[in-house]
Design a protein. Structure first.
Length: 114
């Protein structure tokens, strides 16, 4: 007998792939809400096959294109060489935070490991 799922559609998880909560460093390049080009280092909040969520000091526009490089380790750089994820993506969501930063959800359009 099959169970019926009564969870409202807006509350269901939409992610297809698993995500991990990791404090990896990410370098983000793009254009901010004031149309100024920028490069900023930030910490990830989570990472998945399809995208990431990080906090920036500047506000971006939903739909903006960004380039990202994620250092896939939390060990200090001088101790070991590590793998990096390079990606391009589109900003899906911008969340103002209480501390004045902005959470950004990015969906990858291209990615590679190096």
């Amino acid at each position: 007998m099959q169970q019926r799922d009564d969870t409202p559609t807006e509350l269901k998880e939409r992610r297809v792939s698993a995500r991990i909560d990791v404090p990896y460093t990410v370098r983000v390049r793009g254009t901010d809400i004031e149309n100024c080009r920028f490069k900023e280092h930030a910490l990830l909040e989570n990472l998945s096959e399809g995208g990431l969520y990080a906090r920036l000091r500047r506000k971006l526009v939903e739909g903006a294109d960004v380039s990202l490089v994620v250092r896939l380790s939390s060990v200090p750089a001088e101790e070991i060489s590590v793998v990096h994820l390079a990606a391009r993506g589109a900003v899906l969501r911008v969340d103002p935070q209480p501390d004045g930063s902005y959470g950004i959800a990015v969906e990858f359009t291209h990615r590679r490991i190096f």
